[in-house]
Ligand binder design. Structure first.
Ligand code: FAD
Ligand code: UDP
Length: 368
């Protein structure tokens, strides 16, 4: 018998939920992570009294009541509603697309009927049936002007590819509505955990053995047989030493600054739509928790080409990569001992609520 029932590779949200639930059921669990901190990409750390989202803005939103109740066991969530500002050629607009955006873009538009008529006319010029890629999806949603101002530049810099070579689903989640409602999400529940995200993972892993600065792949011999089963939340292709090929990812570079002023941009998230501006957004962290500290912390988010060894922030879920992932999944399905989970193990563009739902599903299947 091995020393542990489960080895969980990755102390991010998925790994932490699995470890917590296994521990609760009396299993002996060891968690390892190659980073020097818990919580994976939802890690937040305090700087100048402000909870900084170290790996980019994280807003919790869901319509899944089970997921919402689950995370509320570990933190109290505030009333934050994401309503980004979009900056384009010296003008500011509201995102996502709503009556505030339309009336700023076309000052003659005041009512929903006027906005609908205007957009219908715009769409008629570029009508696309059954959009096959992101460009066609955006054009069929709002026409050329909206596409060119709000989608084209931002998306091409975010993904490093023309919109014609990207899957439509990436922007399907952006609301498009005819009310004066700037809420970025349509979900029933939304908020930021008061005091940051790290506490959630700390509470989940309370009483569980954790080894940080520990890379499974660099210590494979030691860790492969340390437990009866392994829950692996790192990259699935890397686990298999890329033997079927390399999956593509998109990386990011974060540039964080402390500024000696109270309020830099008046909003947590400002998107920079122009392709020529190399970052996609500036986050001002204090506004996630309505902070009034004398200083402020901002982060510029620069999209980056991913090379082996870089942080793989986003899976590139196009047809080519999904097909390669399906081959890796076949290998994974034949494993008796290893269960893959999380954004990297399942190669999916998961939001936190999807990650929680997937982890709870895995718990039910494996432990109940
Ligand atoms: P991760 O957090 O990536 O955790 C995996 C862990 O495994 C990492 O800590 C890693 O170090 C570790 N690991 C990997 N390989 C090894 C190895 N070989 N050995 C040891 N450890 C290893 N979701 C939202 O709901 N709202 C948002 O606003 C939002 N914004 C986002 C913004 C950005 C820039 C990004 C990148 C994601 C965003 N998300 C958002 C998604 C959210 O971050 C994920 O859903 C969630 O963090 C996934 O958790 P995970 O445990 O699957 O992965
Ligand atoms: N997007 C855009 N303009 C914007 C914001 C988003 O074109 O101002 C597109 C872009 O393609 C992006 C996608 O919508 O990748 C999803 O954006 P979201 O902010 O939801 O994604 P995140 O990067 O936070 O996962």
């Amino acid at each position: 018998m091995a020393q542990y029932d489960y080895l969980v590779v990755g102390a991010g949200l998925f790994g932490a939920i699995f470890a917590h639930e296994a521990n609760k059921r009396g299993k002996k669990v060891l968690v390892i992570d190659k980073r020097d901190h818990l919580a994976g990409n939802i890690y937040t750390k305090e700087v100048e009294g402000i909870n900084v989202h170290v790996y980019g803005a994280h807003i919790f939103h869901t319509s899944n009541e089970e997921v919402w109740n689950y995370v509320n066991q570990f933190a109290k969530f505030n009333r934050y509603t994401n309503s980004p500002i979009a900056y384009y050629k010296g003008q500011v607009y509201n995102m996502p697309f709503n009556m505030n955006t339309f009336s700023k873009l076309w000052p003659e538009v005041r009512t929903p009927a006027e906005a609908k008529a205007k957009i219908e006319a715009e769409r008629a010029k570029v009508a696309v049936e059954n959009p096959k890629n992101l460009e066609e999806q955006a054009l069929s949603l709002g026409g050329k002007e909206i596409y060119e101002i709000f989608v084209k530049g931002y998306t091409q810099k975010q993904w490093g590819r023309p919109c014609t070579e990207l899957p439509a689903f990436i922007i399907k989640r952006l609301p498009f509505r005819f009310t004066y409602d700037n809420n970025y999400f349509n979900d029933d529940y939304q908020g930021i955990p008061i005091g940051g995200y790290t506490q959630i993972v700390e509470k989940m892993l309370d009483g569980i053995e954790v080894r940080l600065n520990t890379d499974f792949l660099e210590n494979r011999e030691e860790y492969e047989n340390i437990a009866d089963k392994i829950v692996y939340t790192g990259m699935i292709d890397q686990y298999y030493d890329y033997k079927l090929g390399t999956l593509e990812y998109r990386s990011l570079r974060f540039e964080t600054e402390v500024l000696d002023e109270e309020n830099f941009q008046g909003n947590a998230v400002v998107n920079y739509e122009e392709y020529e501006i190399p970052y996609t957004r500036i986050i001002e962290h204090k506004h996630f928790e309505f902070g009034t500290q004398p200083k402020t912390v901002i982060t510029r988010e620069y999209p980056a080409t991913w090379h082996k060894g870089d942080e793989p922030y986003y899976a590139m879920n196009d047809d080519k990569n999904n097909a390669l992932y399906a081959q890796y999944k076949k290998l994974a399905d034949d494993e008796g001992k290893v269960i893959f989970g999380g954004r990297l193990g399942l190669y999916k563009y998961f939001d936190m609520d999807d990650t929680v739902a997937a982890a709870l599903h895995c718990v039910k299947k494996e432990l109940d």
